[in-house]
Design a protein around this ligand. Structure first.
Ligand SMILES: Cc1cc2nc3c(=O)[nH]c(=O)nc-3n(C[C@H](O)[C@H](O)[C@H](O)COP(=O)(O)O)c2cc1C
Length: 159
């Protein structure tokens, strides 16, 4: 049985909603899927999974303080056999375009970089969901979009 773990940090609940949509999509393909906040997960159990998605809100064009701390803790885990994906929530910004590279307004870019450095195989490039203001709401089509992304990931994992 393929096992997937979706982890998130969320201050106002938007990234949590995105994580739940993603997990729902993955689960629909028959993959056993668990969705947890970074505070709930037991670090040592992460490597029991075949797939790990991590998502967080974009703060100061990068990671939230909590996500930075969590990613440091990940160093104690061997993720070399785990497949991965990253996502974030963020506002509309001219820095959202990937050509801005170093200045890209994206927590997911930093999470993806960290996963790659830990030798995680990225099976799908990072994705972002747009929120209005700091507290949301999310753009209207986000739930469906991330459910579809989840299905795509589940299909890759199952094949
Ligand atoms: C301290 C702080 C800094 C933020 N900095 C940015 C930023 O640099 N770029 C951006 O697009 N959004 C920024 N935002 C908006 C967040 O991305 C938004 O609050 C988040 O996506 C909402 O997700 P959540 O409900 O899961 O916390 C910031 C929000 C906070 C609270």
């Amino acid at each position: 049985m393929v096992r997937a773990l979706v982890l998130y940090h969320s201050l106002f609940g938007n990234t949590k909603d995105v994580a739940l949509s993603l997990a729902k999509g993955i689960e629909e393909t028959g993959v056993e899927t668990v969705c947890l906040s970074i505070d709930e997960v037991i670090i040592e159990k992460i490597s029991d999974h075949d797939f790990l998605a991590i998502g967080g809100p974009t703060h100061m064009i990068g990671l939230s303080k909590e996500m930075k701390t969590f990613l440091k803790k990940l160093n104690s885990v061997d993720l070399q056999k785990v497949k991965g994906f990253s996502f974030d929530t963020r506002n509309h910004s001219r820095l959202n375009k990937k050509r801005w590279f170093i200045l890209e307004n994206s927590a997911a870019r930093k999470i993806e970089g960290k996963l790659k450095r830990m030798k995680v195989k990225i099976i799908k490039p990072r994705e972002s969901a747009i929120v209005f203001g700091r507290e949301g709401p999310l753009e209207s089509d986000v739930a469906l979009t991330f459910q579809e992304i989840g299905k795509e990931i589940g299909t890759i994992l199952g094949s």
